[in-house]
Design a binder for this molecule. Structure first.
Ligand code: GLU
Length: 311
């Protein structure tokens, strides 16, 4: 560690202690795919001698349920994955999200938007642009300079240009937010907080230094970094884990038949998740022994990532 000498004191500059998190949305129980992200985030925290937190991301209240959150906690518990600190529920965090939004509005970095989904669709149709049915619609910036007499619905962050970042597993990434995403929503037309705002405020409030989550979330990272910069918050490191695919090749989800994790045999569930992460089979008979062996295995795997992404 570099020593910083000043006239009166000598201090040792130390990196902040590793703090990681698993942040499920309680729309249903954990399945084989979500356990991969939970396990990887836990292993990464432990391999770095760090702290691991569970955060319940229940901002989308109509889609989330406290019962699902409790089931997730029981499932994680059976797998030996327990939050090191009090579990934070995003549904209780409006008092933290609102000032962040107000700061962005006051600085002109965010603005109210009166566009409906169909107005955005109509904009692109008029230009002859065809979207895939499930692809995201790029926001064309209609309300950037005012509401044109429309009532305000959502609040959007103003974005411009490319964001470059490095994923510890996937390597260097770039997304041109202006061209590929457009100004994105921070507070939704129905008044609910958008995932992007909640996740950025909470990662900072909890001092998260490393985000480890499924690869399906990788393309949210540039938006989150843009928002961190707008709010003058530090950016954590990022590592996105491989996805478990359903028979149809799509990411395993409730919609394509993912089964809830079977708690009768947590070791089998952990072993299956570990295989997705490239960890070798372990013969341990108890969950704590298995986890200790897996931490050692994970340390070897991330050493390989580091050499791959080193310049
Ligand atoms: N709540 C998100 C999900 O369950 C994860 C968010 C994150 O890890 O950043 O997909």
């Amino acid at each position: 560690m570099p020593a910083v000498h000043t006239a009166a004191t000598t201090t040792i500059a130390t990196a902040p202690r590793y703090r990681g998190r698993f942040a499920p949305s309680p729309t249903g129980p954990l399945h084989a795919g979500s356990l991969v992200a939970a396990l990887a985030s836990w292993l990464d925290a432990r391999a770095h001698g760090g702290v691991w937190l569970l955060r319940i991301e229940d901002v989308d209240t109509p889609r989330c349920s406290p019962a699902a959150a409790r089931t997730i906690q029981q499932q994680l518990d059976a797998c030996g994955l327990r939050s090191d600190e009090v579990v934070v529920w995003q549904s209780t965090r409006s008092a933290a999200y609102d000032p962040a939004l107000q700061r962005l509005l006051a600085a002109g970095l965010a603005y109210p938007c009166g566009c409906t989904r169909s107005a955005i669709e109509a904009h692109w149709q008029a230009l002859g642009v065809v979207h895939q049915p499930d692809s995201e619609r790029i926001y064309p910036g209609t309300c950037r300079n005012g509401l044109h007499g429309q009532p305000a619905r959502a609040v959007r962050l103003r974005v411009d240009g490319p964001i470059d970042w490095t994923d510890r597993r996937l390597g260097p990434q770039r997304q041109d937010l202006g061209r590929e995403v457009g100004d994105f929503v921070l507070r939704r037309a129905d008044g609910l907080w958008a995932y992007q705002l909640a996740v950025v405020v909470d990662d900072a409030a909890q001092g998260i230094t490393q985000v480890v989550r499924g690869e399906d979330l990788a393309d949210n990272t540039a938006r989150q970094i843009a928002l961190q910069r707008a709010l003058q918050l530090p950016s954590p490191g990022y590592l996105h884990t491989p996805l478990v695919r359903a028979a149809d090749g799509r990411k395993l989800s409730k919609q394509n038949g993912a089964q809830a994790l079977d708690l009768r045999d947590p070791l089998a569930a952990l072993q299956a998740a570990a295989a997705v992460l490239g960890l070798p089979e372990l013969s341990s008979r108890t969950v704590p022994d298995w986890l200790a062996g897996a931490v050692a295995g994970w340390a070897g795997i991330i050493a390989g990532f580091a050499t791959r992404s080193d310049p």
